[in-house]
Design a protein around this ligand. Structure first.
Ligand SMILES: Nc1ncnc2c1ncn2[C@@H]1O[C@H](COP(=O)(O)OP(=O)(O)O)[C@@H](O)[C@H]1O
Ligand SMILES: [Mg+2]
Length: 267
């Protein structure tokens, strides 16, 4: 058992809401039949970008704890393991090694459109996504009006989701994930898809949840948001923790590193 749900406080003051202990995640890239014309062309040209069977460690020996009510911002370059870390925390992926312990009802918004079915209407998708998050039909019934109201999709709620724009998907996804009384909330960088108005609305909602004591793990490329919103920041690179601590300090170290790369690659 790699993922343990703890229901009782350890009795040692503020206990951790989520704890990663030496967590690693390995992906094995499997050879597969081409699924698109583009892949067939790449295969025929023998331009394989990665070797099938190759192992890739997306997370390497990650250990840290998030205190109850704390918000931790995860930053780092593309492919550094940020989404994998959230997916391991949410139970979508099993860790290859290590252990994750958490206590509290978890809700998440991890990928654009994940948990939604394009042929179902917005209304049906609220129930589908809610049930994926472990909510009863009764609970969703009770919160339905608030969910749709927050997403401001009243006019479109009976339209199939395949006609939704990416912004509309994220509005509904964020509304379901946050209006269902989570105790732990995981949010990947999907918020960036929303327009300025909705992004501000989401940030306000996150601040409300913080006041209610919700524990939040947030991936963002918006470093200002991370500095303004988070208690601590975690900088990931190549699946490893580079720095974890006060947001301004960690963001500064990350930006120094980016500047170093720019210098090294400048012609
Ligand atoms: N399902 C998967 N199968 C194989 N490789 C994956 C899978 N998911 C992620 N990866 C790889 O793991 C690494 C980390 O990915 P990810 O966590 O998505 O990074 P980030 O969110 O920081 O951009 C990348 O090299 C990515 O290609
Ligand atoms: Mg990602």
């Amino acid at each position: 058992m790699d993922r343990i749900i703890r229901t009782e406080d350890s009795g040692q003051g503020v206990s951790a809401a989520i704890e990663f202990q030496n967590v690693s995640k390995k992906f094995v890239l499997r050879p597969g039949r081409p699924t698109s014309i583009q892949e067939m062309v790449i295969n025929s040209l023998k331009l394989r970008l990665r070797n099938p069977g190759e192992e890739l460690w997306a997370l390497k020996d990650i250990s840290f704890a998030v205190g109850q009510g704390e918000t931790v911002g995860i930053i780092g370059p593309n492919g550094s393991g940020k989404s994998t870390l959230l997916k391991v925390a949410s139970g979508i992926y099993e860790p290859t090694a290590g252990k994750i312990t958490f206590s509290g009802r978890m809700s998440s918004l991890l990928e654009l459109g994940a948990g939604f079915h394009p042929d179902l209407t917005g209304r049906e998708n609220v129930y589908l996504y809610g049930s994926i998050l472990g909510l009863s039909r009764k609970h969703i019934n009770r919160r339905f009006g608030e969910i749709v109201g927050f997403a401001e999709l009243d006019r479109f709620i009976d339209m199939p989701a395949k006609y939704y724009s990416s912004g509309m998907y994220v509005r509904l996804g964020f509304a379901v994930a946050t209006q269902v009384d989570p105790e732990i909330l995981l949010i990947d960088e999907v918020l960036a898809v929303g327009d300025e108005y909705f992004q501000r609305k989401c940030l306000k909602k996150i601040e409300d949840l913080q006041r209610l004591g919700v524990t939040i793990l947030l991936v963002s490329h918006n470093l200002t948001t991370v500095q303004n919103l988070c208690c601590r920041a975690l900088w990931l690179d190549k699946g490893m923790i580079q720095e974890l601590g006060e947001p301004e300090f960690v963001v500064g170290r990350y930006l120094d590193d980016v500047a170093g790369h720019e210098k090294a690659t400048a012609i």
